[in-house]
Design a protein around this ligand. Structure first.
Ligand code: ADP
Ligand code: MG
Length: 241
């Protein structure tokens, strides 16, 4: 049984259909990359399946329909989002931002979880008293992921974790995501950066203008001419040039 199964999800903003009948399934321990250009509906897909945007269609977690999904209910079931733009509290310290991520557990195990995050992201330990707003973009992304980990996710959804980051920082973030995957965390990655997302993911789903247009194993998508041309061509030229 899939950990997450989404069937025929549609998200509308007034007359605009941002997501049109998208289906996907995610097995426990698997990483799925949803790729597509800016405006394709990737964020809307995440928001729709999390109940943050009104959506039609069916969402099941371990076979159980999530008909009344609220962020709290999803959090309790181990579904945690690292939103695009990170949504940190810039005036609060790094550590307070992390502790807020664990607030649902009322202190039980918070210390160990904090240590785990600091082990994964030593930069955050060095900067734990610093206001989050003073961190670099990459460090803020680390903090956003760290905060999500404080909620002990089974299913971690990440919206454009590499957006706007320098290549070295992207590599570092993806190294950590790979570690989390190795620990058994199920990942749903949404990225414009198809190259990096498909390098980590087991499977990929290409979304264009709100519709799922292509799906397959990540290694097959990396070689699919349609993907190479539309999403990997430029990246290759840059790398080789
Ligand atoms: N809150 C909103 N209200 C109206 N239109 C929106 C809203 N959010 C996104 N859109 C539109 O929906 C489409 C998909 O956007 P989005 O899901 O953010 O795409 P992506 O994350 O792939 O860049 C775009 O045309 C965008 O302008
Ligand atoms: Mg988006």
């Amino acid at each position: 049984m899939s950990l997450l199964a989404v069937r025929n999800l549609t998200v509308r903003y007034g007359a605009l259909e941002a997501v049109r009948g998208v289906s996907l399934a995610l097995e426990a321990g698997e990483a799925l990359a949803v790729i597509g250009p800016n405006g394709a509906g990737k964020t809307s897909l995440l928001r729709g399946l999390l109940g943050l945007a009104r959506a039609e269609g069916e969402v099941r977690l371990q076979g159980e329909p999530l008909s009344h999904r609220t962020p709290e209910a999803l959090l309790q079931r181990g579904v945690v989002l690292v939103p695009e733009g990170r949504a940190l509290f810039p005036g609060l310290s790094v550590e307070d931002n992390l502790l807020l991520g664990g607030f649902t557990r009322l202190r039980k195990g918070l210390r160990e979880d904090l240590e785990r995050v600091y082990r994964l992201f030593p930069r955050l330990l060095e900067r734990r008293r610093q206001p989050a707003g003073t961190l670099s973009g990459g460090e803020q992304q680390m903090l956003a992921i760290g905060r999500a980990l404080m909620a002990r996710p089974r299913l971690l959804l990440l919206d454009e974790p590499s957006l706007g980051l320098a290549p070295l920082m992207v590599r570092e973030i993806y190294r950590i995501l790979g570690e989390l995957k190795g620990e058994g965390v199920t990942l749903l990655l949404v990225e414009q950066n198809a190259k990096v997302a498909l390098s980590l993911a087991d499977r990929g789903l290409v979304v264009e203008a709100g519709e799922a247009v292509l799906e397959g194993k990540a290694e097959e998508l990396r070689q699919d001419p349609r993907v190479v041309e539309a999403y990997l061509g430029l990246a290759r030229e840059v790398e080789e040039g």
